[in-house]
Design a protein around this ligand. Structure first.
Ligand code: 4AD
Ligand code: MG
Length: 461
């Protein structure tokens, strides 16, 4: 038996060589004399064109097969250089292996993404979602390949944590406590010491704090795993469960973050051009007509770079009525981020040196004492794709910050230890994997690049 992928590979099949394929019927049409089945076996985006003559004993039944029936086809390869398809299979026998009901919900017409979200178990069979989830797998592989080739060590950081890495308080609580009869301390608070871990625990919002110690042992490291945020954001770019890639580098400053982030994105795009051209072409033709053009530019052209302060200036001069007015100190909204990357630069742009008050406690304070060595990468169609920074390596400055924010000092002693024992300049960044997928597929809703999306009010399957 062979696969459709093998059929279309360079591996040559002799004209009239007999082969057998198993797959799902995608379309079927038949006349009195001859019928055609488009067969997909999942091995690649392409489908095999099966030609059946009416002298097949079960011809009648075959022409009436419901979509998604499973069949086994034995036949010969016939090359058709003049036709749209380079080759077809002339069936000698076709066996029905798995029946499909006539009410199969994915008929040939184009369904809306909203409708398809109600059937996460069937949508990977559509062309669009097949392409998206194949790209999801390839992009993950490309990221590992790039980072490993740059000598980054992959570190698995915990999913259950007791710290709020981003200090944003948007965490999902992990508990075994009986909600009906919560144990209380004397002052009436929930007593986390009675819980499984003897302390309050949450699902991780970021692996960064846990990966930093490894950067100070291995120099270059990264996490790539699921992260969770209980932001009640009903947007097309926020998910409650998403994956993040977080590279962290010792002996590296903000400039190194920018170089590494750009190199990684360019590599992923190149990798997809080399390994997913059928999928990208389909998405370009059916989902986002500018996709390939945008990705080509991403791969070929250097990204832009300005400071936050320069960005505020550009936004204030812009002839646009933003919903949220712009002032220095504003935590930019996606309308501002998209204006910069789509209208001003028309490509990805790094923004550096944000006001310290809107950024996390671990970012290194600049000499102006007003900004931090932070960087976000803003890209067209999405807005923020990457957030990163140089980390505050000065023990006294960091300790003062933790105190100022009223964070529990004893919980961060280990983090301060990193500055105490062999401190060094170090920096890192986080890429939202799903936002990257939106960028490279043209899909406009984060729910449509996640196999089983989790968003407020939705945890189906
Ligand atoms: O900017 P964020 O919050 O940065 C961090 O978590 C740092 N610890 C990263 C680091 O320096 N190691 O998140 C990083 C990226 C964002 O730029 C965005 O792409 C993505 O994660 N992201 C989300 N993606 C989907 N849904 C959400 N709710 C997201 N929140 C952040
Ligand atoms: Mg951010």
């Amino acid at each position: 038996d062979i696969t459709v992928k093998q059929l279309f590979s360079d591996q040559h099949f002799a004209e009239d060589e007999q082969i057998t394929l198993h797959g799902w019927v995608k379309t079927v049409r038949g006349s009195k004399r001859v019928g055609f089945i488009e067969l997909s076996d999942g091995s690649c985006f392409k489908r095999a064109q099966i030609v059946m003559q009416s002298d097949l004993p079960n011809y009648e039944e075959l022409t009436k097969l419901p979509i998604s029936s499973t069949i086994g086809v034995t036949g010969t390869v016939v090359y058709t250089p003049e036709a749209k398809q380079p080759l077809e299979i002339h069936a000698e026998s076709i066996e029905l292996e798995g029946h499909s009901d006539n009410d199969y919900p994915l008929q040939k017409k184009k369904h809306t993404y909203e409708y398809l979200r109600t059937m996460a178990h069937l949508r990977p069979r559509t062309n669009t979602f097949y392409a998206v989830f194949r790209i999801r797998s390839l992009a993950a592989f490309a990221i590992h390949q790039y980072l490993q080739s740059e000598d980054f060590v992959y570190v698995n950081t915990p999913i259950i944590t007791s710290s709020d890495a981003e200090g944003a308080g948007e965490m999902f609580r992990v508990t075994t406590l009986d909600m009906e009869n919560l144990p209380r301390t004397e002052d009436g608070k929930v007593d986390d010491h009675e819980d499984f871990f003897k302390k309050e625990t949450n699902l991780t919002v970021s692996g960064q704090l846990a990966v930093e110690p490894f950067a100070l042992a291995f120099k270059n490291v990264y996490t790539f795993g699921p992260t969770f945020r209980a932001e009640n954001s009903h947007t097309s770019r926020h998910a409650a469960e998403f994956w993040m890639i977080e590279p962290e580098m010792a002996f590296a400053d903000l400039k190194d973050v920018i170089v590494e982030a750009e190199g990684l994105l360019k590599y992923v795009v190149s990798y997809l051009f080399d390994h997913a051209m059928d999928e990208l072409q389909f998405l370009n033709d059916n989902v986002d007509e500018h996709l390939i053009e945008r990705l080509t530019k991403t791969r070929e052209e250097p990204f832009a770079q300005i400071t936050y302060t320069e960005a505020i200036d550009l936004l204030q001069k812009a002839d646009v009525d933003f919903e949220v007015p712009v002032y220095w100190g504003l935590d930019l909204e996606s309308e501002h981020e998209r204006y910069l990357s789509e209208q001003v630069f028309k490509k990805p742009v790094f923004l550096t040196d944000y006001p310290k008050d809107i950024k996390a406690f671990y970012m290194r304070v600049n000499d102006d004492d007003k900004t931090v060595a932070a960087v976000d990468l803003l890209v067209p169609e999405i807005g923020e794709l990457i957030g990163g920074s140089q980390r505050e390596e000065r023990e006294d400055v960091l300790a003062a910050k933790i105190k100022e924010l009223d964070m529990p000092m004893e919980e961060y002693q280990w983090y301060l230890d990193l500055r105490k024992y062999g401190e060094t300049e170090h920096s890192g960044f986080g890429i939202g994997f799903e936002r990257l997928l939106m960028y490279v597929t043209g899909m406009e809703n984060i729910r449509d690049v996640i196999p089983y999306p989790r968003t407020p009010g939705n945890a189906e399957f």
